[in-house]
Design a protein around this ligand. Structure first.
Ligand code: HEM
Length: 294
């Protein structure tokens, strides 16, 4: 995932899938992970000393940013782009997990893939992917049950990204700082207020998603007039929506097709895969999958 995104965004190969990966590339990937961890820690500490002093955690965070800047300075690309590499890999991990623990769905998808892309050596076309609605539905359902992203807010007042405090159940979504007054469900929201779309919460309402806790991709295969399209916005909406969406989806679909063409997936981990929040919601344990040749 990182390798492919770096190729598109940074126009260079990180060499991560070679036997001996470039140490600078490994350093870059580690820094991305550390950076998320430190943002989470710094934001949610009870006492935020880092606001006044350069605490060790702050220095570690700043070190990560330095590494990220150094690694991409030559390429003259923005940092916001490169930190997104984790989103796609975590989403793919959750999708493969969901398929591995739902063998019936995996088998159905495999049959669709065989019908659409019978020869694994032939390149996969846009049309092939368009003709695999179940694949798209599975990904949508994975993103519904596990929102990859915690909170992102944007608006003219603050053009930045941040996260909010963790609630249970986890409420993830996007937010905007309003430019103008708005009336929503009879509530007047003044300009300058942050307006949060609790998509993850909305996605779990049984009146729109019967048996919301169940992984049921087929719910996306039929149009439900009761279900407003804005209930599920994993990539946000509008001019500030995710610019990496197409890349991320394409990568996920291609990889899933290629994997399922050759292997049957079985989950070999202990316990259910859950997630914790490092701004990006990531798997809470190593994903142990068996790839059984078909
Ligand atoms: C499954 C993977 C991903 C998910 C779920 C995701 C989700 C999101 C969400 C929810 C937003 C905020 C949208 C809004 O406020 O309306 C966003 C913004 C953004 N995403 Fe992604 N993203 C993913 C992958 C990527 C990738 C791979 C890249 C880059 C290659 C990327 C680049 C960006 C950028 C640059 C923004 C900020 C756009 C702006 O503020 O104008 N994303 N993403």
């Amino acid at each position: 995932m990182c390798a492919a995104i770096a190729l598109v965004v940074l126009d260079s190969r990180l060499g991560l899938i070679q036997k001996k990966a470039d140490s600078e590339a490994i350093h870059l990937i580690r820094s991305i992970g550390d950076m998320f961890e430190m943002i989470n820690y710094l934001e949610f500490s009870m006492v935020r000393l880092w606001r006044w002093f350069e605490t060790p955690s702050w220095k570690r965070f700043a070190g990560c940013l330095d590494t990220l800047s150094r690694c991409t300075r030559d390429k003259q690309k923005k940092i916001t782009i490169k930190i997104k590499v984790s989103y796609t890999s975590h989403s793919l991990a959750f999708l493969l997990y969901d398929l591995s623990v739902h063998p019936d769905i995996q088998e159905k998808l495999y049959r669709d893939i065989c019908a659409q892309c019978p020869d694994p050596s032939v390149p996969i076309s846009r049309e092939n992917i368009d003709n695999l609605p179940l694949l798209k539905a599975c990904f949508k359902e994975t993103l519904r049950t596990v929102m990859t992203l915690y909170f992102v807010y944007s608006g003219s007042h603050k053009d930045t990204h941040t996260n909010c405090c963790r609630l249970k159940p986890v409420v993830d979504g996007t937010a905007r700082i309003l430019d103008v007054e708005a009336v929503v469900s009879g509530y007047k929201v003044p300009p300058g207020e942050m307006f949060i779309f609790h998509n993850a919460q909305a996605c779990r309402l049984p009146q729109y998603f019967p048996e919301p806790e169940k992984y049921r991709p087929e719910r996306w295969l039929t149009r439900d007039s009761q279900r407003h399209p804005f209930l599920h916005l994993p990539f946000g909406f509008g001019i500030r929506s995710c610019v990496g969406r197409r890349l991320s989806e394409q990568e996920t679909f291609l990889l899933t097709i290629r994997i399922l063409q050759k292997y049957r997936l079985e989950y070999r981990g202990t316990g259910q895969l859950d997630y914790f929040t490092r701004i990006v919601n990531k798997p809470d344990r190593p994903l142990k999958l068996a790839f059984i040749p078909r």
